[in-house]
Design a protein around this ligand. Structure first.
Ligand SMILES: CC1=C(/C=C/C(C)=C/C=C/C(C)=C/C=O)C(C)(C)CCC1
Ligand SMILES: [Fe+2]
Length: 566
């Protein structure tokens, strides 16, 4: 499996024409833009974890039935510092690195403030976010990197901390119909007030503003939720939204801030500062978007680990939400390259299968309802919510489907009742083998698979003017373990799940994580103006996290503005 996970991939800088077989629908015009790890060794040094790999952007431009492919490493400060040093000098999720003290921007943090957390990485390898007309490569730290979606060039580095009080932020934001972004992050250093922060980035800068600055600087805090524990906030990778509510799971998979503060001196990675507490509960926070406050009832469920929310909606007085849940955090364990590259079949067995679970959370808890009664009145699910003596509500999910990850939906149905989930099917190993279409109403599924083929996250693109939820195509980049077979972009008819076309490219394609499709009709986005190349002035300041008892004075966290909680 070295070929898939461990080997560094070669960039395809010049657009390469793909060989198309079948026929691409004439309406499908635009760019599929995706992100994922592509470089796992620098010089003689190796990353430990697949999520550490240096971000490799790639794109398929689809126009008039032709497809052009290109790929380019994100020119992050992390990438440049590593390449210059010819070794890994910036820490990532699973690899702690020790820079040469006087060579790069990241070293400053170490030189002066060795007891603090060093500046986090800007190796934005997980997803692509659209903000107004701008596109950003994203990860889970405080940095995002603006990119040119056509040339894949890397533009400015943006530090969320200048605008909202977050040290970590998800790479799975939500968008409303106007394109405004809603994201969530964690503030771990705000004078001991560890909190989760929901923030909005407007699609357009208010009052039409001069070019190049971008909407992120108009980000505003929408609501903050204090963490149950100041020293161990939950880790989360995504969240859910309905038309009026936000769903946030405070799960017992936690970051240990004290461990993080001492990780550098102990020579351990950030990943080792995360633990799953199997005896704890998962708290379900439902935030009312109108009051910007959490619904006061305490809702909880059994311990679980969720990376991906699928969708959420309101029905019969409940917030119904679907997630891909695990019994433990073994998924992150599996992606250590040592496990992936050697005795793959043996090492890659998940101890817990990713399962599609549906929860129903009652919005109004009747004071007179009997203790032990089920408050869920939604006929379409067997999920329950039991009222307890102390007024807390214990939610039990309905298990819908086993063995799926990287879920996508028709985003026009985000936050609303919906029917179809498109996902990668995974069984007892984290490796996707099939593409799945799951119907949450009939509970039936359709699948696509081919020998030796590893599909990426399937993305749904609607037919213009579509009426049915599944009227459109599925795009998935496929790589193969058969050296004779070229990687290809697969285009499926989303209704029947039959192949419409494939575009094969003679390039070194990587297994990616997430991305988006930019229709040519979004022409503003495609013809974006070159951005200012100037970086945020504060981009190399240390995060200022200190362990209690250590000196806070020099390195207190400061957010530019908008950091106030409600
Ligand atoms: C660098 C860094 C982090 C990176 C996390 C990453 C890179 C997670 C990737 C997750 C994926 C790809 C999940 C897929 O389901 C943390 C832990 C937030 C904390 C501090 C520094
Ligand atoms: Fe993800």
């Amino acid at each position: 499996m070295e070929i898939i996970f461990g080997r560094n991939k070669k960039e395809q800088l010049e657009p390469l024409q793909a060989k198309v077989t079948g026929s691409i629908p004439a309406w499908l015009q635009g760019t599929l833009l995706r992100n994922g790890p592509g470089m796992h060794t620098v010089g003689d040094s190796k990353y430990n974890h697949w999520f550490d790999g240096l971000a490799l952007l790639h794109s398929f431009s689809i126009r008039d039935g032709e497809v052009f492919y290109r790929s380019k490493y994100l020119q992050s400060d992390t990438y440049k510092a590593n390449i210059e040093a010819n070794r890994i000098v910036v820490s990532e999720f699973g690899t702690m690195a020790y820079p040469d003290p006087c060579k790069n921007i990241f070293s400053k943090a170490f030189s002066y403030l060795s007891h603090t957390i060093p500046d986090f990485t800007d190796n934005c390898l997980i997803n692509i976010m659209k903000c107004g007309d701008d596109f950003y490569a994203t990860t889970e730290t405080n940095y995002i990197r603006k990119i040119d979606p056509q040339t894949l060039e890397t533009l400015e580095k943006v530090d969320y901390r200048k605008y909202v009080a977050v040290n970590l932020a998800t790479s799975h934001p939500h968008y409303d119909e106007a394109g405004n972004v809603l994201n969530m992050g964690t503030s771990i250093v705000d004078k001991g007030r560890t909190k989760y922060v929901l923030f909005k980035i407007p699609a357009a800068a208010p009052g039409g503003e001069k070019k190049g600055k971008g909407p992120v600087k108009h980000a505003e805090v929408f609501c903050s939720i204090p963490s149950r524990s100041l020293l161990s906030p939950s880790y989360y990778h995504s969240f859910g939204v309905t038309e009026n509510y936000v769903v946030f799971l405070e799960q017992p998979f936690k970051l240990d801030i004290l461990k993080m503060a001492t990780a550098y001196v102990r020579g351990v990675s950030w990943a080792s500062c995360m633990s799953f507490y199997r005896e704890d509960k998962t708290y379900i926070h439902i935030i009312d978007q109108r009051t910007r406050k959490p619904v006061p009832t305490k809702f909880y469920t059994d311990p679980m680990v969720v990376f991906h929310h699928v969708n959420a909606y309101e029905e019969d007085g409940c917030v119904v939400f679907d997630v891909i849940a695990y019994e433990d955090s073994s998924l992150y364990q599996l992606f250590y390259l040592a496990n992936l590259n050697k005795d793959f079949e043996e090492n890659s067995r998940l101890t817990s299968v990713p399962t599609l679970r549906r929860f129903a959370v009652p919005l109004h808890v009747d004071k007179d309802a009997e203790v032990g009664s089920n408050l869920v009145k939604v006929s379409s699910t067997t999920a329950t919510a039991l009222k307890e003596k102390d007024g807390h509500v214990y939610c039990q999910p309905e298990a819908l489907y086993e063995g799926l990850e990287l879920p996508r939906i028709n985003y026009a149905h985000n936050g609303k009742p919906y029917r179809y989930i498109f996902a990668a099917e995974v069984q007892w190993s984290p490796v996707p083998t099939k593409i799945l279409k799951y119907d949450v109403i009939t509970k039936s599924s359709l699948k696509w698979c081919e020998e030796n083929c590893w599909p990426a996250e399937p993305l749904f693109v609607p037919t213009p003017g579509a009426k049915d939820e599944d009227d459109g195509v599925i795009l998935s980049a496929i790589i193969s373990t058969d050296p004779q077979k070229l990687p290809f972009l697969l285009i499926l008819d989303a209704k029947s799940f039959t192949e419409l076309a494939r575009a094969s490219v003679d390039a070194d394609m990587h297994l990616d994580l997430h991305g988006l499709f930019i229709p040519d009709s979004d022409c503003n986005a495609v013809k974006q103006t070159p951005a200012e190349t100037q970086e945020d002035e504060n981009s190399d300041h240390p995060i200022g996290l200190t362990a209690p008892g250590l000196d806070h004075s020099e390195n207190d966290f400061t957010a530019g503005h908008g950091g106030a909680s409600l």
